[in-house]
Ligand binder design. Sequence first.
Ligand code: ATP
Length: 135
Amino acid sequence: MKTIKVSVVTPDGPVYESDVEMVSTKAESGELGILPGHIPMVAPLQIGAVRLKTQSKTDFVAVSGGLLEVRPDQVTILAQSAEQADEIDVERAIRARERAEQRLQEQKRENVDFKRAELALQRAVNRITVSEKHF
Ligand code: ATP
């Protein structure tokens, strides 16, 4: 089966690089599946999992939003933060989830910090979910 090169890059550097048969993730507009030969495009991503099917296995990367760019020979995901499933510190994510839940209970919906806490909660839950994909 054909493959396409995928890189997941953050401001701290590259997080993942491989030749894959398919990339699946959640764009702002909905589920997105990219196969080799996909037309060039750019799509904003949600906080979510990126599923990368290689010839021998399926890898998972947690991304905190960002942009996915498809070029003829390469898919690039630029994310504010990203972690491969086996690199996620689950204890840390659980602590982050608890902090965010605490803040959400304390703050009123109109508060600017409410949105911030909601996003922190989404990042933490996403990390916990993605870490469970690593066996
Ligand atoms: P925390 O409150 O635990 O810092 P956060 O969601 O605020 O979580 P980010 O600002 O998204 O963290 O990320 C800061 C840096 O820490 C990034 O490099 C990110 O990859 C890394 N990071 C955050 N949480 C984890 C985790 N649970 N395991 C591994 N790396 C993490």
